[in-house]
Design a protein around this ligand. Sequence first.
Ligand code: GLV
Length: 316
Amino acid sequence: MSYSTKILVYTPSEPEEYAAMIRQAGYTAVDSASTPEEAEKKLNGTEVIISWKFPLHLLERPEAKTVKWIQSLGAGVDDLASSPSINEQVVISRIVDQFGPPMSEYVFAHLLYTYQDLARSRASQQEKQWQPFVTEILHGKTIGIAGIGSIGKEIVKKARAFDMTVYGLSYSGKDAQLVDRHFGPDQWLEFVRELDVLVLILPLTDQTRHVVNRDVLLAMKPSATLVNIGRGHLIAEDELIEVLRAGHLRAAILDVFQQEPLPADSPLWQLPNVYVTPHMSGPSTQERIGQYLLDNLARYGRGEALQGVVDRGAGY
Ligand code: GLV
């Protein structure tokens, strides 16, 4: 790769921001697109695609033959890793080690909001009511983190600061020593049984799709809280709705859904113990991932190993 290698930046919103940053670093053939039609026109001769939600069918076109590397703008690459449209020789990389701080803060912001019942305090204030009540605390509770990669590890760190007992479940078994008890993929029921909080931050793969099903949800304590910041399809959503309607969980804090945007007729919008946010716990911003992208481009240019290379077999 040289500074004149053709780079196409694709994201549905504001691709020019990244493109301008890359041009500023000296790359001279950087184009951007935010719609499939635009991407189609600009694909010819592209070697590097930097993208979020790239229209993958375009990669089957003859114009895409020159593509050698796809750098995702996100951490989760379930769409790319499983796509038959991407030739085996094409290297896929993702963002690693950048989203732990915002995503772990999201988790604890929501946990504290519900445990401290901040909504109740605000409502009392608005009514000028002096009504003290005893809040619940995280101290001494057990949190289980499914997925202990770089984001999960940041959640472990913050859970420790709250003096929580920390369990973890992972498919690779890597970093098992970071948690008080570690569980493998065949141990979901044992893993969730004692938890007060279950956080999902696993990659979506064939092994993890709908892994949190009715059986797992019912094995959780009725007083437990479920947090999903991974991918919607980790949970069998219909079964979650059933379980919530039966009053089984204390709360579900959901940032990701099987269908996004969450359809207006989804019961999740209105179930009283469900907190819905629009896939925003770990946003990719130029500030957060810009330097990472430039570092990876420089590595690619020097023919060095890239950061965050995806193992397509594993799916992340
Ligand atoms: C967002 O969901 C990401 O994968 O980065």
